[in-house]
Design a protein around this ligand. Structure first.
Ligand code: GRF
Length: 190
């Protein structure tokens, strides 16, 4: 059977991207074919190159006002797009080209603590400030609104009064590394 080709989009550190690449290296039916980023300084570029995954850097004009990214994805025969810490809103041209085949991970229990500007430390700070007793991860389909697509999977972790945004982030990252690759695998191989 031919492999199913995935592209991973990331904007920053890329620890989830690396975890996904490692999980699917030598996989029988899923291949991470390319990493795409909007950020020429993102550490995800080094991570991908170290793992021999090609990288494409794109700018705002290319992403929103041309069909170049879709053309690139199609010529790489990409079938699924995995967002892993990708901060730009995905335009309708791309969601329409990959209907039901774009997935994101959010570091909180949506619908709480999502939306534009809610990323990274800001999410964990908001969870802490609200005195939440738990947080977690949400894996969801991507539509044209930030963090609003249908939810595929959630996992929870306790938040204790002694937790800081940093310790909440650690717990949430642990859940991300544990679950994101498996959820992707189950979606694609089901
Ligand atoms: C993760 O917490 C992910 O949920 C969010 O952005 C963060 C990216 O971290 N969307 P990394 O770049 O994978 O280390």
């Amino acid at each position: 059977m031919d492999s199913v080709n995935l592209a991973v989009f990331a904007s920053g550190s890329g620890s989830n991207a690396e975890n996904i690449i490692r999980y699917f290296s030598n996989h029988s039916s899923i291949r991470i074919k390319k990493v795409l980023t909007n950020n020429p300084n993102a550490y995800v570029i080094d991570r991908a190159k170290n793992l021999n995954v090609p990288v494409r850097v794109f700018n705002r004009h290319e992403f929103y006002e041309t069909g170049l990214i879709i053309n690139d994805l199609k010529s790489d025969q990409i079938q699924w797009i995995i967002l892993a810490g990708f901060l730009w809103l995905v335009p309708a041209s791309i969601t329409e080209a990959f209907p039901g085949r774009i997935v994101n991970i959010h570091p909180a229990l949506l619908p709480k603590y999502g939306g534009k500007g809610m990323y990274g430390e800001k999410v964990h700070q908001a969870v802490k400030s609200a005195g939440e007793k738990e947080s977690g991860i949400t894996i969801h389909y991507v539509n044209n609104e930030y963090d609003k697509g249908n939810i595929i999977f959630q996992a929870r972790c306790p938040v204790d009064p002694s937790d800081t945004p940093e310790t909440i982030a650690e717990k949430v990252h642990g859940l991300e590394y544990k679950h994101y690759p498996e959820v992707i695998e189950n979606l694609i191989c089901k």
